[in-house]
Design a protein around this ligand. Structure first.
Ligand SMILES: NC(=O)c1ccc[n+]([C@@H]2O[C@H](COP(=O)([O-])OP(=O)(O)OC[C@H]3O[C@@H](n4cnc5c(N)ncnc54)[C@H](O)[C@@H]3O)[C@@H](O)[C@H]2O)c1
Ligand SMILES: O=C(O)C(=O)C[C@@H](O)[C@H](O)[C@H](O)COP(=O)(O)O
Ligand SMILES: [Zn+2]
Length: 364
């Protein structure tokens, strides 16, 4: 791969945008050219990421915008809430920033989801740019326009579909990412294999050690292929009327784990990794996939440094949490199941089969 690669996401009404992936982008002025003109830019970040990257981004943006503010939020999934959203809106309104103001989400998926939601609702919509600094955000959350905050009763329950105007993924920011967060990001990378590209799953298996060692070429390929798949899916079904649901593989149980344990106890990627093992198992129990697939997926998830043993919340509690899943339909819990390697679909699964599977993993 060259120093940078660009993937384009195609959406109606002139909302196409570029996903730029590469090294050194944070300090390369050309990455930031062509952004909407405005009197002000606001970088939204958190207390961990601000000291690492906010000043560098501010310098780049100062060449474009007369005014560049920084809003620094507390760090953590437990702060993906109304209070943080209000802090962004309080700043925008308190400073009388107009509707041309451009927001820059500098951080992981938590910052990206909240900044996007703030952009969607401030003055009924201002432009925003995703500057993802975690592997998870570079391969998934910065692309596709799902924005949200959590509710104690359910994950991402309050939000909007609202697309960024650009995504700039500087692979160098991954150098400072803790190992546990890198593993969490690998869960969403692995996800794309079984749902969309069997060959990519094999590539991940072959390159997992290089990915965990942060080999830049391996990371670049993982980010690029993940974004290509996500851009294709979202380009066909932006608002999840059908196809887009495949991106939710592992999330039915994953989101139940996150909400059930309290946000932040397990990382999103950890919960999704474990949720994929159980969804693979369900795919086998319902006769869609052979048992070897479950073993294969569990092995790669374990090798990525992710947990595969779900917490023991109890069968009834899991069901209660999953009934508010956004894919649920008239009370029926629906799972993304693998139908063949590289192809997935949405399936209503009877409660008894879900509890049986959870029990097999000691979680019911
Ligand atoms: N919108 C979507 O399509 C979508 C997709 C997947 C996940 N998500 C959401 O994304 C969130 C998870 O995102 P995440 O895994 O990035 O978590 P995160 O945003 O909490 O970031 C993980 C941790 O890494 C720190 N961090 C970020 N960049 C860093 C860097 N370069 N160096 C050092 N530390 C850094 C953060 O401060 C945080 O402590 C969840 O809320 C999930 O629901 C959304
Ligand atoms: O972009 C999507 O669509 C996804 O489902 C990607 C997921 O990885 C992500 O966690 C998403 O936020 C989950 O969506 P939700 O609609 O279940 O909240
Ligand atoms: Zn996810």
């Amino acid at each position: 791969m060259s120093a940078s690669d660009t993937i384009r996401i195609h959406l109606p009404d002139d909302r196409n945008y570029e996903i730029r992936i590469g090294t050194g982008l944070m300090d390369q002025a050309h990455s930031w050219q062509g952004l909407p003109k405005a009197g002000a830019a606001v970088i939204v970040t958190n207390v961990t990421v601000a000291p690492l990257y906010a000043q560098r981004l501010r310098e780049q943006l100062s060449a474009i915008y007369p005014r560049v503010d920084v809003v620094t939020l507390p760090d953590g999934e437990q702060h993906k809430d109304w209070a943080s959203l209000n802090r962004i809106c309080d700043h925008l309104l308190g400073e009388a920033l107009d509707r041309k103001t451009v927001l820059f989400a500098l951080g992981g998926g938590v910052i990206g989801d909240m900044t996007g939601f703030a952009a969607a609702i401030y003055m009924r919509g201002v432009s925003f740019v995703q500057v993802p600094t975690t592997l998870l955000a570079q391969v998934d959350s910065s692309v596709g326009g799902k924005t949200a905050i959590n509710h104690p009763l359910g994950k991402n329950m309050i939000g909007a579909f609202y697309q960024p105007v650009r995504v700039i993924a500087d692979l160098d920011t991954l150098d400072s990412l803790p190992d546990r967060e890198l593993s969490a990001g690998l869960a969403e990378v692995i996800k794309y294999g079984p749902i969309a590209d069997a060959g990519f799953l094999t590539w991940i298996e072959d390159n997992l050690d290089a990915l965990r060692a942060r080999d830049k070429r391996a990371l670049a390929h993982a980010v690029r292929r993940s974004c290509e798949i996500k851009a294709q899916v979202v380009g066909q079904d932006e608002r999840e009327q059908g196809l887009r649901a495949i991106l939710n593989f592992g999330h039915t149980i994953g989101h139940a784990i996150e909400a059930g344990l309290g946000y932040g106890a397990w990382l999103h990627g950890e919960a999704v990794g474990c949720g994929m093992v159980l969804a693979a198992d369900l795919s086998h129990r319902l006769g869609l996939m052979p048992s070897q697939f479950v073993d294969r997926l569990r092995t790669v998830i374990e090798r990525a440094g992710l947990p595969v043993q779900p917490p023991r919340l109890g069968g009834e509690r899991y069901l209660q949490l999953m009934r508010v899943d956004k894919k649920a339909d008239a009370g029926a819990i629906r799972f993304v199941l693998i139908e063949e390697l590289g192809r997935a679909g949405l399936h209503a699964v009877p409660d008894a089969r879900i509890v049986e599977t959870l029990a097999a993993y000691g979680a019911a």
